[in-house]
Design a protein around this ligand. Structure first.
Ligand code: CA
Length: 231
């Protein structure tokens, strides 16, 4: 059972969803607009937020940005726009998953249970260490040689996904599926852009990598630089 906050302006969808989720054992609260929804995220501390992108006061994408500034709660975006660009933008802005209207209650419930499992899983995990790099999934903090790295949410998720498979070449397709939840591929440019930002923060470049090694035509491998030898 989860406490669900539904931010949705359509009263029909709201009551149908609230009933369907209550039947599946969840406690449901709702808000009809973006700003009141944000206030509820802070006050009610839900386990998961269902966020409609088309809201009357503030665009859902902006709500997501503001929400991420104050909370790491899992967010499933509800969109009527079956549009890759919108979905990628929402996932980039920190959404954990999305459903496209119309969707079934069982489908949504499965998505809810999946994001809850993932957030519970990341709470249980231990820090990952590769050379001077430490990535802590629990606190969502990363340090390099003892210095804190200031990473965006997606940069952190990307670094974590690579650190979890340190030493392996991870394909961009896998990264899109794991970090951006886009299992059907496409949007590899998104991975490249975030990789270049991440490299800059790690103080390295694609041409002279230390931790993030591109394997042309395959993907990326995180492995620490060899210890410096005297001589
Ligand atoms: Ca709407």
């Amino acid at each position: 059972m989860a406490v669900i906050l539904l931010i949705e302006d359509d009263a029909g969808i709201r009551s149908a969803l609230a009933r369907a989720m209550a039947e599946r054992g969840h406690a449901v609260q709702w808000q009809p607009a973006g700003l009141s929804g944000l206030r509820s995220v802070i006050d009610a501390r839900p386990d998961v937020v269902l966020l409609d992108l088309g809201l009357p006061d503030v665009d859902g994408q902006q709500v997501l940005g503001m929400l991420r500034a104050v909370s790491d709660v899992p967010v499933i975006v509800i969109t009527a726009r079956d549009d890759d660009a919108d979905i990628v933008a929402a996932l980039d802005a920190g959404a954990d998953d999305f459903v496209t209207k119309p969707f079934g209650a069982d489908h949504l419930d499965a998505r809810i249970r999946a994001v809850l499992r993932r957030s519970a899983g990341s709470r249980a995990e231990q820090p990952l260490v590769a050379g001077g790099l430490v990535v802590d999934p629990r606190t969502r903090a990363a340090t390099l040689d003892g210095r804190a790295l200031e990473l965006s949410r997606k940069e952190f998720d990307l670094l974590l996904a690579l650190a979890q498979r340190a030493g392996e070449v991870v394909t961009k397709r896998d990264l899109l599926a794991e970090v951006w939840r886009l299992p059907y591929g496409g949007g590899e440019r998104t991975v490249d852009v975030h990789l270049s930002w991440l490299r800059r923060k790690l103080g390295e470049t694609a041409a002279e990598p230390r931790y993030l090694h591109s394997v042309r035509g395959v993907g990326v491998r995180l492995s620490p630089p060899a210890p410096e030898t005297e001589g």
